[in-house]
Design a protein around this ligand. Sequence first.
Ligand code: TMP
Length: 207
Amino acid sequence: MKKGLFITFEGIEGCGKSTQARMLKEFLINEGKSVFLTREPGGPKIAEEIREMLLSVNNKEMLPQTEVLLYMASRSQHTGEWIIPELEKGNIVISDRYYDSTFAYQGAARKIDGKLIDTIRRYATFGLVPDLTFLVDLPEEIGLSRILKKDADRLEQESMKFHKRVRKGFLELAKKEPERFIILDGKKSINEIHHDVINIIKKELNK
Ligand code: TMP
């Protein structure tokens, strides 16, 4: 039985969500909360091993089917081994990416059927849904320009068109679930975005 609060950050590459997730963690700790910050793909050992497989530029031959199942397999281990136990302790869990990324990258961008993804999603996550999802929205040209080309991973090396579909996919998800999603303007400064996050979180904590 879930007692804590589950918050996720989503967005395209280079949108600044990881910085925001870290800043939110610090803010909540200063407020005296117990916070667990994590990220996807990854987390516990098995999920990190799957992350390596997924992001390695040596795995260019990976099929979309394999890709979607590996993201979900990694998520399943992460959710069962780390996220649910933390929530059961009553802690706040912040995850830098969760299943919305699969709908945006493998669904909208790779064009895998959303209904199929949703079926696997329900099984892999034990039905866990984030309480609040911050989507840091940013045009793909700006996001990708922030990434160093030489260090780009397998997904980051995809075309600009691919990342355009990812961004559009995220915005469509947010439209479908306006109660859960908060769209943040990634063009604002780091501190301005943090301020927007804090305003929302204060309301959420007072519910
Ligand atoms: P990161 O750059 O935020 O660490 O994420 C790793 C990459 O994995 C990023 O390019 C987005 C991609 N990704 C998916 O394609 N599907 C997913 O479900 C997740 C969680 C990430």
